[in-house]
Design a protein around this ligand. Structure first.
Ligand code: MRU
Length: 350
């Protein structure tokens, strides 16, 4: 199965079509954005989410802005404002700004030039995911003696979060394809349930055996020896290897460190932000209190309770055994320097 989270439509008017992830697993509905405002709204509501998918939306969104701008006769100031709003729609995943920024030099070449480059972003992402998945599995098989392997994952990092295949879930898929996967422990991922709603949906479609567990079951499962590896994605990887990912990730890393279970971060190079020195410099998005105060409209706390709702947390490099990108594997516990990979593997992409 390959769920298509993000797609470009040429007709009847240029549009970005998004699988509405707020409605899964109950319903496969789509949001078709023909203007930047609708696209920004979809990003903030998590109709589309996951760092690499946001990178694709950022890139296609610039093409959309050019199409809308020529329909509506925007001046340059308006175009810059709309593209700026798109770039800032969510702050933590660097891919969104990366996708926008990659398009900017092409704007003088016009809509077709921007769209062609945006399409390349989508293709490159899936290719990167497949490459990093194979590298990640090779790394894992050298370290973990058990066959088949039991994997724990958090949030959603599959086709829905990318332009295809997936990152951490790509590693799961690659293990499954090689006949080396036992079972996947899927954290439900409070408060918005990307694990139970989306990851379980993808795994079920692929016929991959899994159990859904509440987030608070994860550290205990790791420390009881029920899993052989924890694999997560990333929203931003700083130059020193510190990693922002869905809230709850750092607790998994702590449990893994204590239990001697490998903790692996999987992401395309577009998630690595060498301009951010460390985790302390990463902006962590805080989301609406309502996400925590109610469950499907049913109150989960007394009305008016104050809420702390960070969407992400930072896992320090010292707790990460491997950062797997399509350019290679960094072992931050040994050497936490993403720049080393950057220089060692310049033959990719550039
Ligand atoms: O708030 P979300 O659903 O966009 O958060 C997504 C995550 O934290 C993912 O783990 C990350 O973006 C990597 S997706 C391949």
């Amino acid at each position: 199965m390959a769920a298509t989270a993000v797609e470009w439509l040429d007709r009847p008017v240029p549009a970005v079509r998004l699988l509405d992830q707020t409605r899964l697993p109950g319903e496969e509905a789509y949001v078709t954005a023909t203007d930047v405002e609708t696209l920004v709204d979809a990003i903030t509501r998590l109709v589309v989410r996951g760092a690499p998918a946001l990178g694709a939306v950022g890139a296609l969104g610039v093409a959309l802005a050019l199409a809308q701008g020529s329909r509506e006769n925007w001046g340059e100031a308006r175009r810059l404002r709309e593209i700026g709003q798109l770039r800032e729609a969510r702050p933590t995943a660097v891919n969104l700004a990366w996708g926008v920024d990659r398009m900017l030099p092409l704007i003088p070449g016009g809509f077709e030039a921007v769209l062609a480059e945006a399409r390349r972003v989508l293709i490159e992402d899936e290719t990167a995911n497949r490459t990093l998945s194979a590298l990640g599995v090779d790394w894992l098989l050298e370290r973990s003696p058990r066959r088949p392997l039991r994997v724990l994952t958090h949030c959603n990092t599959g086709s829905l979060a990318t332009t295809g295949w997936g990152t951490a879930l790509g590693i799961v898929r690659e293990l499954h394809a090689r006949g080396l996967l036992d079972v996947v422990h899927v954290d439900e991922t409070r408060p918005l349930l990307q694990g139970s709603r989306l990851t379980a949906w993808e795994l079920r479609a692929d016929g991959i055996d899994h159990v859904v567990q509440v987030d608070s079951a994860a550290p205990g499962a790791i420390m009881r020896g029920l899993v052989d590896v924890a694999v997560i994605g990333a929203d931003r990887i700083a130059a020193n290897g510190d990693t922002a990912n869905k809230v709850g990730s750092v607790g998994l890393a702590l449990a893994c460190a204590d239990a001697g279970v490998p903790f692996v971060v999987a992401a395309p190079w577009s998630t690595v932000d060498l301009a951010t020195p460390d985790g302390a410099a990463i902006v962590i998005e805080e989301r609406a209190a309502e996400e925590v105060l109610s469950l499907h409209g049913v109150p989960a706390a007394p009305p008016g309770s104050r809420v702390f709702n960070p969407a992400f947390d930072i896992t320090p490099a010292r707790l990460i055994d491997a950062v797997v990108t399509e350019r290679g594997v960094v072992e931050p516990k040994v050497r936490a320097d993403m720049k080393a990979v950057h220089h060692a593997a310049v033959h990719h992409n550039h």
